[in-house]
Each structure stands twice: as structure tokens, then as C-alpha cells.
Design a protein around this ligand. Sequence first.
Ligand SMILES: *Cc1c(COP(=O)(O)O)cnc(C)c1O
Length: 374
Amino acid sequence: MTHNIPYGHQSINEDDICAVASVLQSDWLTTGPKVSEFEREVCKKVQTDYAVAVSSGTAALHAAMFALGIKKGDEVIVPSLTFAATANCVVYQKGTPVFADVDPDTLLIDCDKVEELITDKTKAIIAVDYAGQPCNYHDLETITAAYNLALVADACHSLGGSYMGRPVGSLADISVFSFHPVKVITTGEGGMVITDSERFADRMKAFRNHGIQTDHTQRNKNGTWFYEMTELGYNYRLTDFQCTLGISQLKHLDEWIVRRQEIAARYNNAFKDAAGITTLTALPERTHAYHLYVVKVKGRNKVFKQLRELGIGVNVHYIPVHLHPYYRREFGTGVGQCPVAEEVYEQILSLPIYPAMSDDNVERVVNNIREICK
Ligand SMILES: *Cc1c(COP(=O)(O)O)cnc(C)c1O
């Protein structure tokens, strides 16, 4: 009996466990010193000035929309081939997500399509570094500068990646990370918003704490109990034991990215001449974080089913967001709106990839999928 191979899996070691245990025995389980330490460490890693740790990647996207002041009547352009949260965050702020199609070879947002969708209501673009590959930030910056739009990077897949020598996290006005267990590093649940703008950072810090301007440390320092809620915020805080796990995980980021790239290189090599399997295009001048390894196959549903029956945990990322019943009903979206995303959706398959995956398991995936697709 061969064991199951998941499509993604976290790596937790003794150091992670010890770090979490020691915080559990400390005075601060939440809003303590590990939160700002985690924020400082991520800032250092991605060469950016400010970071705000929050309870999920979704909360991070919501905080970004709040910081930008997205409100009713505003439009935000998002790619259709992404996780629903990329679009949902716009709706949380009562804005309208406008779905852009993707490039068929990279599945990244298509910059030509983006430009066609801009109206006088457009306020921002959310770019998604699909599978871990940074988008075409040069073209995106040209567009946002020409139309005076904000650029948000949904970098939930691409922590540890880079574009033209610049780390992911420093490529947009605000960048968003997720620390869900399948992502590149984990805090269980968790997320972070990254920016060079002090004003955005201050707004997002208040937003994660009910919209209250001062936190308990400032109040203690000033010897006062007084606080004011100046905006509607949420409880989007991340605990200290999660932040300490994040600090510990971050130490492995570089080696894990290298391992993900090795696995991707093995897959690429094995599928070069394989019948019925098309790999995605990896663009030059980038470090690809390979959160996902995605191929296009004919008869995807059958291939999916057969691989799952063999204990190989394949998955599909993603159902185009404009096809979800909620968006069809509330925003009148539907078939025909993003033809490339709709067509590739029928073909895409995410293969197992995670740092602890063995070469033998990569081989097992390769042999089975080649056999099924030929
Ligand atoms: C995972 C993910 C999110 C949401 O992150 P959570 O931490 O699960 O809330 C948002 N966008 C993309 C592209 C993601 O992959």
C-alpha cells in the first residue's frame, strides 16, 4: 500500500515547537512583543518599511482595501483566476470588483485587458502572483501611474520571490501575505500587510484593532485608560504564539524556496516531451516561489480522478471567481466575460509540491501522470 501524497504540506520542526511553547508560558499571548518582532523580521526580509500582522491573508486584503479608502461606487480590477478572497475584500468595503482575464501561458493578470477595464470609477488594481510567480510589475506600474491608481499585490503565493532583483513585498503600494499551512510559511492562520507608507500602516494598525487609534502600550505609557474609536475596524489581531511560529518559519524561507524550485525543475524536465501535458511559462528576471505547480492537461476531470484514486493529492486552482453563484447573482457576472480563464479552468491541475516532498514522490507523480495523459 503506497501512502497518499498531499498537494501541499507545512514543515514544522522542533525549533518551531519550542518557540511556540515558550510564548505560551510567557505573559503575552496576544498584542505582545512577538507581534512587532515578526513584523520587523518580515520587513527586513522584503526590504519594506512597515508591516501589520493580521489574523489571515483575507483580513490582510480587507485591511489593504480599507487603507486605500475603497468605498461604495469604487471599482477595483482583480484577475478572475484567483482565490475568491482577492475579490471578496473589495465587496467587504462595498466596492465593485471588476474581473480581468489572464494570460494563457502564465495565468497572470493580462495587462492589456486591465487597461480596457479602467473607468473613472477605477481606484486600484489587485495583482495576484499566481502560483508564486511575480506579475509583470513594470507594465502594472506604467498603468497605475498613467491612471493614478493604487497597486496592491496579492502575494499570498509569492513570499520569497523577486522581480528584477526586488523582493516580493516591495513591488506595490501595499502587498499581502498569507500564512495558511499550505502557503510558503505558516502561522496556522495568519497574514500580513506590507507597505512603505506610514499613513497606510497607521490606518491598518487601527483597522485590525476595532478602529481604535491607540493600543494598550501607548495608553500604559501615557498613564491613561482613554481611547477613541475613530473608524469602523475589526478584531483581526494575530496572537504572539502565532507570530513566534512565523519568526521561526521565516528562517527556513530561502531553503524552502530552493527546494520548491528543485521540485518544479524536475517536473518541468519530465513534462518537456510528455504527450498531453503543458507546463506554464516561467518568465525571466524573476524568482518564482512555486507555492503551486500547475500544468494544463486534456481531460482534466478524468486525470484528476485517476490521480486521486492513486493517492496523489492533486487540486484545481481556481474556479474563475466571476463564475461563482454569488458574483453571478450580486454583480451579474457570467460565462464569456473572461474567456481565457474559463478555458484554462477546464485544463489546470495543481500537482503536489512542498519542501519536505521527496524525489521519490516527485518521481511517483511524474510516472503516474505521464502514463495517464499519454
Ligand atoms: C490563500 C490566499 C488568500 C487568503 O489567505 P487566507 O490566509 O487563507 O485568508 C488570498 N489570496 C490568495 C491568492 C490566496 O492564495
